[in-house]
Design a protein around this ligand. Sequence first.
Ligand code: ATP
Length: 237
Amino acid sequence: MALLEVDNVHAYYGNIHALNGVSISVEEGEIVSLIGGNGAGKTTTLRSISGLLVPREGSIIFEGEDISGYKAHELVSKGIAMVPEGRGVFAKLTVLENLEMGAYHRKDKDGIAEDLREMYDLFPRLEERKSQVAGTLSGGEQQMLATARALMSRPKLLLMDEPSMGLAPVLVEAIFDTCTSINLAGTTILLVEQNAHMALQIANRGYVLQTGEIVLQDTADNLQQNEMVQKAYLGID
Ligand code: ATP
């Protein structure tokens, strides 16, 4: 049984049919990348999985349970956390307060302290700036904070929306390296990216989304060799 099974999901914004029968599966332990251009429906797919948008049709099964209709905060308790596009850190709270917010539903104080230590090991910059308000961090630091905050909920599945957006190339590499480390430490990742090159490099499998429909799915290696993917998303003629 897959950890996540998205089956034939249709989602709308008013009359706009943003997802037209999207099906995606993610096995435990994988990194799966969802690539596609502007407006293809990548964010909408993640919003549907994380409970921010209720699909009009289709099912979303997580660990064998249909979770469509659950609220986002209920899904955090079930083990799904999202790092939103644009990061969405609490600008007026300190780094430490942001991290504590990520663990708000947890009661295991010792576990929380242990995870905080782990986040500071993963992102030493966050420890250096733990008392600084998040709004004054650089873009790369905010991305680290948003990722660490999501991990503080101890998710089984981490949804990441365009983590490379707006970052300098050297930071983009660092963020993708972090995705790999997080995954090796046991967290399954569904990654949405316009940077198909990096996204396919770190993924096991991938899906290509175009105007609300999955048009291709394969191993990440095969997608990197696929002519359509090379032309449309990897800039190779
Ligand atoms: P991007 O990389 O630009 O964020 P995306 O692949 O994540 O693109 P979505 O944001 O999921 O795409 O958008 C899918 C479709 O839904 C687009 O046609 C978009 O214009 C539309 N859409 C997205 N959000 C809204 C909204 N809040 N209200 C109305 N339409 C929306």
